[in-house]
Write a protein that binds this ligand. Structure first.
Ligand SMILES: C[S@@+](CC[C@H](N)C(=O)[O-])C[C@H]1O[C@@H](n2cnc3c(N)ncnc32)[C@H](O)[C@@H]1O
Length: 297
């Protein structure tokens, strides 16, 4: 990216190590950063080695998160996706060491995790939401409201007609807890990008759902703002930013992922709808087995 030093960042997905690339981004130029780094769990990426010594992983995390904090605007926001293994340490680094203020610790619930024999099967990931200044930040609540139970069930005239803010537990498969997450509920449903979904690019195992990023980008940035993703992967964050008419800048260390993500990004157009439905009962079709046994994983 030729001109990201000037502070006038053009849209782009750049092939390279995010730490090196971030060093050439000017201070205080990014409105929203979303990072979904490797979780250090031995996941098989094409070139990145996802099994490092814990201390090396944490030192590396310090380095890239420091750069992210530096490039954020004074009223900027930072969302960090992370697994159980390092969620606590990463929260400490960003909050206590870098001084960003935590706003929400979102649990993204799903049931597609690996079945475990001698411990409880993993069914969630963490989405940590921070701001640089706890008194000044973008949060567009009207852009992310959901209908409330008061509106949908009780037709209560006192209900806010705009709906209410979603909870901080995000459900991927409401059919797993039908008694708790019925259609009229107001918990946020975001289906995972499963292998059979039209949305799935099919070449990146960690592709996030566009609807998930949609809520974050709508809530924490405005059209024309700059959205940064240091670990672009299949390009979900950048694609959503482009569709929602934000500027975008991403880095990806794998030449193959970067090439393919660029193709995805070029196909996306400003104003185009996001993939997936924000109504999971439309997107997540039940199989016969799930109908018979709602908890089938
Ligand atoms: C969890 S995936 C991101 C998936 C992405 N959120 C999506 O929806 O497709 C992490 C990505 O970070 C990339 N990566 C690892 N180390 C990197 C580095 N130092 N700089 C840039 N990208 C890196 C990996 O190649 C991988 O594609």
């Amino acid at each position: 990216m030729k001109n990201h030093q000037s502070g006038k960042v053009a849209n782009g997905l750049i092939l390279g190590d995010c730490v090196e690339q971030l060093r050439s981004v000017a201070d205080g130029t990014v409105d929203l950063a979303f990072a979904d780094p490797p979780f250090n769990i031995g996941y098989k990426y094409d070139i990145y080695d996802d099994k490092r010594e814990a201390d090396a992983y944490l030192d590396w995390t310090r380095t890239w998160t420091r750069e992210v904090a530096r490039v954020l605007k004074p009223d900027g926001s930072f969302w960090l996706a992370i697994g159980d293994e390092f969620a606590a340490e990463l929260k400490m680094i960003v909050h206590r060491e870098l001084g960003l203020s935590p706003r929400s610790w979102v649990i993204w619930y799903y049931t597609f995790g690996v079945n475990c024999k001698y411990k409880f099967s993993r069914s969630h990931a963490h989405l940590l939401y921070f701001v640089k200044d706890p008194t000044t930040f973008t949060f567009n609540l009207d852009a992310v409201r959901v209908p409330s139970a008061r509106q949908l069930i009780y037709a209560d005239l006192r209900a806010n007609p705009k709906g209410r803010l979603p909870d901080d537990t995000w459900i991927l498969r409401p059919q797993d807890v039908p008694e708790g997450f019925a259609a009229e509920g107001d918990t946020w449903y975001v289906p995972r990008v499963c292998g059979t979904f039209k949305e799935r690019a099919g070449w990146h195992g960690c592709q996030m759902p566009e609807q998930l990023l949609g809520r974050i980008v709508r809530a924490c940035s405005n059209p024309g703002d700059l959205v940064l993703d240091p670990f672009a992967g299949s390009g979900t964050t950048l694609t959503v930013a482009k569709k929602l008419e934000r500027r975008y800048l991403g880095f990806e260390i794998s030449p193959d992922y970067a090439d393919r993500a660029r193709v995805r990004l070029e196909a996306a157009q400003p104003g185009q709808p996001l993939e997936g439905s924000d109504d999971p009962h439309v997107t997540v079709k039940r199989t016969r087995k799930q109908k018979a046994s709602p908890t089938a994983g």
